[in-house]
Design a protein around this ligand. Structure first.
Ligand code: C5P
Length: 205
């Protein structure tokens, strides 16, 4: 069984993907981490992340980079969304994701284009979202909890910028696949969203 979980930044898609992985005992790949690694490596090598050729060269990042806590930083998410607009970068990361999806026994992937590009044949697709305001509030609280000194307005501006870049790019934009379940959790507690996702996947087995 292949499960595709897509959605915008801070929508809770990672939480839902991990909960599904535990429930259905399937391996899970956070594909955002691959783009984060490329963005981080490009910035490290060249001091900015906007050049397509530099970003393509960074797709050869060492596997150990995926464990680097720096990939989780907000700033790295911004770098990831910059390099992810380049079709060359998306092509370079394509096969790795397809191979993960097609491993025997099944898999769960979360990202932006899993249900549309990486695994259009997935058995169950979810599009996880929440209003920009709710997503920014959640991210702001989480950042304050980690001791990051940031204003709500700055977080909201970042959420809007990431949304604009992810939905506006020409290649594999963030898009709900027509056959994806829309899971808008703006007014839903976390456990209810997880339960809804599990029930949807169960029904597709
Ligand atoms: O999901 P996460 O916030 O870690 O992703 C970081 C960035 O990587 C996204 O804003 C998006 O631009 C890019 N990305 C993508 N396609 C994916 C996963 C992430 O373009 N499948």
């Amino acid at each position: 069984m292949i499960i595709a979980v897509d959605g915008p930044t801070a929508s809770g898609k990672g939480t839902i993907a991990r909960a599904l992985a535990e429930h259905f005992r399937l391996p899970v790949l956070d594909t955002g981490l691959l783009y984060r690694a490329v963005g981080y490596q490009t910035q490290l090598d060249h001091g900015d992340a906007d050049n397509a050729a530099d970003a393509l060269a960074a797709c050869d990042f060492p596997d150990s980079l995926l464990d680097d806590p720096a990939l989780r930083y907000e700033t790295t998410g911004g770098l990831a969304s910059r390099v992810s607009v380049h079709p060359q970068v998306r092509a370079a990361l394509f096969q790795r994701q397809v191979d993960f999806a097609n491993q025997p026994g099944g898999a769960i992937l979360d990202g932006r284009d899993i249900g549309t590009v990486i695994a259009p044949h997935a058995d169950a697709k979810l599009f996880v979202t929440a209003s920009a305001d709710v997503r920014a509030h959640r991210r702001h609280a989480e950042m304050l909890g980690r001791g990051v000194d940031v204003t709500f307005d700055a977080v909201l501006a970042d959420v809007h910028a990431r949304d604009a870049r992810d939905t506006g790019r020409a290649d594999a934009p963030l898009l709900r696949a027509p056959d994806a379940m829309l899971l808008d959790n703006s007014d839903m507690p976390r456990d209810a969203a997880i339960a809804a996702a599990i029930a949807f996947v169960e029904a597709r087995r």
